[in-house]
Design a protein around this ligand. Structure first.
Ligand code: ADP
Length: 463
């Protein structure tokens, strides 16, 4: 339905535009042809009139000096006469010398007479008659001659031309419509095909692609861009699907464990000491469940479009000390050494804008990982001032990450081969990277198996 309306609209619009342009051009051309022809026919008629009246004047005054009565008689029967032809000749005193206008159909006003006397060739219309006035010279005198006739032949020609032009115009409008309809249909066909294909694509068939055709034209480029968007959508849907599957799995593990432990506990009566030990284990599982759901919530919060208000001024060194303190509360064997790099940094160069809690989560993750994945449970944290940023380096001499895992450790729930015997969920690094990204920062990970891991975080400071 949508496809039909879409196609109809563009097609009709294109056709109408085509027809309209054609109509304007055709009407303009027809008017030009008509008026040029009319002018030509008129000029030609006046010239013929003038020639005829000059011929009569010649008969009267030049070659034969024929008597006016005879001339009138000759002219009356002349087969080349124009329709209702009249010739009037006056001398300069305005006396009529010759006149074939017996009934006085032609009236000549004084201003026209004056204009002709002054040498102008005057053409004008008197009722149905076209009149041409000229000055005529003999050896001894000057005369004013007027030739008049009805140009019915010219009018008939013009009428004929008008009918032809109207017919050609109407026919061309029809042709414009047919051709426009055909070509606009052809022009939008690739778009219609794309729309048809797009309608077939849904969340369950994101693997489908639109035909890219000729990639160099606009429609080809549109299809290509659309396909790229589909690729990104497909990838992001796959990630989401994975994420949900992994999250459910991670949540189910402690829940199953709690369930099992409580069922075993209920099987028979136990001593207070036994209850205490079992409940402690259940409590540990619940704590890890809370920790996991907190992290999942944080991931959701940091990945949202407008994740948080990042407008607090925060001293990054204070965050590091706070994080260190909290970690050490539960992991007394962890060694976290914080130092101020080689360069001297003043306190202003350590102020970043952001969310205190999230930044603490990020640096805690990196500190914990450094300790967790090294035998000496030690991580060295160094602060540097770097251009308009603060650089925080987390370095440990631990087990390191294999090259294969280096690519994947930022994927949610991915745990490296080195982490089999270490507890965790695989969401620390992705969460940290998301937080740093939200703070317009950058994160770089370098690691070598057996040698250790170095993570560099760059955060912009306010100066
Ligand atoms: P978790 O530590 O809970 O497994 P993380 O997202 O923090 O999850 O880390 C993902 C993986 O990256 C870990 O499973 C581990 O394989 C690897 N990793 C992270 N930090 C280090 C480190 N400092 N040393 C060695 N491996 C690390």
């Amino acid at each position: 339905m949508f496809l039909e309306i879409f196609r109809m609209q563009i097609r009709t619009r294109l056709t109408l535009q085509f027809v309209l342009s054609g109509v304007v051009i055709m009407i303009f051309a027809s008017f030009t042809i008509y008026f040029t022809a009319a002018r030509f026919l008129n000029d030609d008629f006046y010239n013929r009139l003038r020639d005829k009246s000059l011929g009569t004047a010649n008969l009267l005054f030049k070659e034969y000096e024929v008597d006016a009565k005879v001339v009138r008689k000759i002219e009356k029967d002349n087969p080349v006469n124009l329709q209702k032809e009249k010739i009037i000749i006056l001398n300069f005193k305005n006396d009529i010398v010759y006149n074939s206008d017996e009934f006085g159909a032609i009236k000549i006003s004084q201003p026209i007479l004056d204009r002709v006397k002054s040498g102008d060739k005057v053409n004008f219309r008197e009722d149905l008659y076209d009149v041409a006035g000229t000055l005529y010279f003999t050896n001894f005198d000057r005369f004013v001659i007027f030739g008049a006739a009805i140009n019915s032949e010219g009018a008939a020609h013009l009428n004929e031309l008008k009918i032809i032009l109207v017919f050609v115009c109407c026919l061309s409008f029809l042709l414009f419509f047919i051709v426009g309809w055909f070509y606009s249909g052809r022009a939008i066909k690739p778009i219609s095909d794309v729309v048809k294909k797009v309608e077939e694509i849904s969340i369950t068939s994101l693997n489908l692609r639109v035909f890219e055709g000729n990639e160099t034209d606009e429609i080809g480029r549109l299809a290509k861009t659309f396909n790229k968007m589909l690729e990104r959508l497909e990838a992001s849907f796959a990630t989401q699907k994975n994420f949900i599957a992994n999250a459910s799995h991670e949540l189910r593990t402690p829940l199953t464990s709690i369930n099992g432990q409580l069922e075993v506990l209920m099987m028979k009566d136990r001593s207070a000491e036994e209850y205490k030990t079992e409940l402690q284990s259940v409590l540990d599982d619940i704590k890890s469940l809370i920790d996991l759901s907190n992290r999942l919530l944080l991931i959701a919060r940091t990945s949202a479009e407008n994740p948080m208000s990042l407008n607090n001024r925060i001293r990054i060194d204070e965050i590091l000390w706070l994080a260190r303190e909290e970690i050490k509360k539960y992991n007394t064997n962890y060694q976290i050494n914080i130092s101020l790099g080689n360069s001297l940094i003043d306190s202003d160069q350590m102020v970043v804008v952001g969310d205190e809690y999230l930044l603490k989560v990020a640096v805690s993750n990196l500190m914990e990982n450094g300790c967790k994945y090294s035998d000496d449970h030690t991580v060295n944290v160094r602060l540097h001032h770097f251009r308009q940023s603060i650089e925080i380096i987390f370095e440990d001499g631990g087990i390191g990450i294999s090259e294969n895992d280096l690519q994947k450790v930022f994927e949610p729930f991915y745990r490296g081969a080195n982490a089999i015997s270490v507890s965790g969920y695989g969401i620390g690094l992705p969460l940290t990277r998301q937080i740093i990204k939200n703070h317009n920062g950058n994160m770089e990970l370098l690691s070598q198996i057996g040698k250790g891991t170095k993570i560099t975080v760059l955060l912009p400071i306010i100066s």
